[in-house]
Design a protein around this ligand. Sequence first.
Ligand code: NAD
Length: 296
Amino acid sequence: MLILDGKIASAAVKARLLEQTKALAEAGKRTPHLAAILVGNNGASETYVASKVKNCDETGFGSSLIRFNDDVTEAELLAKINELNADHSVDGILVQLPLPKHINDEKVIEAIHPDKDVDGFHPMNIGRMVQGFDTFIPATPYGVLLMLEHFNIETKGKHVVVIGRSNIVGRPMSILLSGERPQGNAHVTICHRHTPKQETIKMAQQADILIVAVGIPEFVTADMIKPGAVIIDVGITRVEDATAKKGFRIKGDVNYEQAITKASAVTPVPGGVGLMTIAGLLKNTMKAYEGKFYHV
Ligand code: NAD
């Protein structure tokens, strides 16, 4: 059984990026810069953004963290995005989701200039991705592709079952894996909340590669896994646990202890796809930097 260790795979991606930023610095050029916007003080969002900033530091990227209270108006947030769009020293912009209810996610996502949309959520970039054009791939599905590439997991002709159809994980994941591309050419089935449970179980049991992004801790149990399958667990849920130091534990969407008894390869949670998402984000930020027609 192979543990698809996100620490190992993301370290390889980051080492290559660090070489690039070192070369840029030696040539007297500025390095890529990511601007992250965080609204409010949601614990999980704070952790994710802090980790993104830390990873920028580790790879020689510049970063800025822009914080707003959760009573920020939509207009104020959009004005800040416009300012960052116009700032030539900023290559990538990300707005950590979820946003407070009074702010329209769609407007915010569309306000980010497509050339700086390093999370890959802008409809223009999603459209380019669907057509197989060069673009920013949404960071989490990109991270999964990088994971599959790192561990040489063949997808061509394989039956991949994706459980979950969100715009940020399941749907782009299914489109990418069915596309004509490296880490693509798979036969993809997608299941979601309206797929009858028995059908989801039946599909999962036939999956050569099972990708789970539902946000329900330990949704996938041993009986749903085909012997020898590759299991990619995207889920991250904080589950209260009084015995844990922080008062909670991070759980994936797959029962890991059961999965390792049947699968040939499994991503751990934490330490799996989450780390690869950051690797995908950094690669997109480097791509945004390289795509500019000017360099400072
Ligand atoms: P979401 O809530 O937007 O989507 C969940 C999806 O699961 C929906 O498409 C829904 O149809 C499907 N679903 C719900 N119940 C189901 C059921 N019983 N059977 C089949 N499908 C069902 O969530 P999301 O944003 O896609 O995130 C999913 C999980 O992945 C969450 O735990 C989230 O925290 C995690 N996540 C992790 C990363 C990472 O970097 N590892 C990134 C994004 C999200």
